[in-house]
Design a protein around this ligand. Structure first.
Ligand code: MN
Length: 456
């Protein structure tokens, strides 16, 4: 390997737009997983139920645990098991062990894989026996949750979303709360119910109370919704009592996923004051299985929107803190043959950046751990994002139907105010490069009917 270990060189070398792979499906311009991407995930397949780390390339997964045994992939081991013996960080149920080894190891692995998969590299390309061991078709694999997630925090960082919600439930003239332009608002979510794409989601039962009801009732959520979000995973933790500056926050982030923060609006409306959402959010959060590294996203970084007033000093200093990331939401009713796109927007509109979220989160001394998940908050953009299409540019049905007042035509002679049983919701996301795109794969969840209540 003659590649430089300098991080800037590794990023530049592995994201070059003219790179091609000998894996032909990686080169078609439409795949989410060209050689410039190389996202990490956890998988099993028919031949092996052992969970292990894989990297997506075109229609395939490179099995890093298998590759490691061939010596085509080497990492400087400092990881040991309880007996003090070296252990494989790739033969694991989650990415935590690998990611805990730090950015130099992430980059070394990315750099080695990029070289190994490039079109002129013969070692794996021309060795059928090796490919048989180390390459698995995505269509024959099952993806698992990528991280063991110690904590999940959800933010509220889209100005358009906060303005829409404030207009709907408070006052259109004072839609933003007075603190909104000063604080990246967030709350501590529920980590135990984060599930991987494809996991069915059961409609929650809960307390619902409409304004005119004397008392609440307990029963199935009537206003079930999505929230189109991205999430980022902590790759380098921080200790209790310390802070992370906005300027260096990106160095703590391993990568990003798509995130659907399922929301029970009727339950939320009744429960959220004074301490914030609880059961309305805690029943499920779906994430996409492939973690796209910040290195792969480097060419798509953009300046975040201008902030007025300028935030307090501890929230300033990050450059190119935004990501030009196209986002899409599709809805497929139970019996329908195909899905309808209901929303199109872009992550670049987010008012508060990931760096500012992390700086704020730790500003009082809260520690972070490898695998902590931070949700962006619902991504809603300006209406121009979906101009000329049938879709809207808002990341929730709450906004797309204006709290159910404007039903959405989804084709098949059907309309939606909120999600119905059997509906399948898919989030998609990709950064558009020159002749290729760095994509996230799909974040999918289908809604099952609520559990029947026991007879009284
Ligand atoms: Mn949310």
């Amino acid at each position: 390997m003659n590649a430089s270990n300098n991080p800037v060189d590794v990023v530049a070398q592995t994201t070059r737009s003219d790179l091609k792979s000998w894996v032909s499906s990686a080169n078609d311009g439409t795949t989410d997983f060209p050689i410039q991407n190389l996202p990490f995930g956890i998988f099993t397949n028919r031949d092996s139920q052992v969970t292990r780390v894989g990297v997506a390339i075109g229609d395939w997964i490179v099995d890093l645990a298998a590759l490691e045994t061939t010596r085509l992939l080497t990492i400087p081991y400092s990881a040991v098991d309880n007996d003090g013996n070296p252990k494989s960080v790739f033969r694991q149920k989650q990415l935590n062990d690998f990611v805990s080894m730090g950015p130099a190891v992430w980059r070394s692995v990315r750099s080695q894989l990029s070289a190994l998969l490039s079109e002129d590299s013969a070692e794996l390309r021309d060795n059928a026996q090796l490919r048989e061991r180390a390459m698995v078709r995505q269509s024959e694999a099952v993806m698992h949750l990528p991280f063991d997630i110690p904590g999940y925090t959800d933010f509220y960082s889209s100005r358009e979303h906060a303005t829409n919600v404030g207009s709907m439930f408070r006052d259109p003239r004072n839609a933003l709360m007075p603190n909104w332009l000063e604080i990246p608002i967030g709350y501590n979510g529920r980590a135990s119910s984060v599930v991987v794409s494809g996991t069915p989601v059961r409609r929650p039962n809960g307390q619902r109370k409409e304004p005119d009801d004397a008392r609440p009732t307990y029963g199935p959520c009537q206003r079930l919704d999505i929230e189109l979000e991205t999430g980022f995973f902590i790759g380098v933790g921080s200790t209790l009592g310390s802070t992370i500056s906005a300027k260096t926050a990106d160095e703590h982030i391993f990568g990003m996923v798509l995130l659907n923060d399922w929301s029970a609006r009727d339950i939320q409306q009744w429960e959220y004051q004074p301490l914030g959402p609880f059961n309305s959010k805690g029943f499920a959060t779906t994430i996409s299985p492939w973690v796209v590294t910040m290195d792969a996203l480097t060419p798509f970084r953009v300046e975040q929107p201008v902030q007025e007033p300028q935030p307090l000093a501890y929230l300033c200093g990050a450059e190119r803190a935004g990501v030009d990331l196209n986002l899409e939401v599709r809805l497929k009713p139970q019996a329908a043959e195909s899905a309808t796109t209901i929303a199109r927007t872009n992550f670049k509109h987010m008012y508060w950046s990931m760096a500012q979220q992390l700086a704020h989160h730790t500003s009082g001394g809260c520690n972070t751990r490898v695998g902590d998940l931070m949700g962006s908050g619902t991504v809603s953009g300006p209406e121009s994002d979906s101009a000329g299409t049938d879709a809207g540019s808002f990341g929730s049905l709450l906004e797309l139907t204006w709290n159910g007042q404007k039903p959405l035509d989804i084709g098949y002679g059907q309309v939606r105010r909120f999600i119905e049983d059997g509906d399948e919701l898919t989030l998609l996301g990709w950064c558009q490069g020159d002749g290729y795109r760095v994509g996230f794969g799909a974040c999918v969840g289908k809604i099952l009917p609520a559990l029947e209540l026991a007879a009284e």
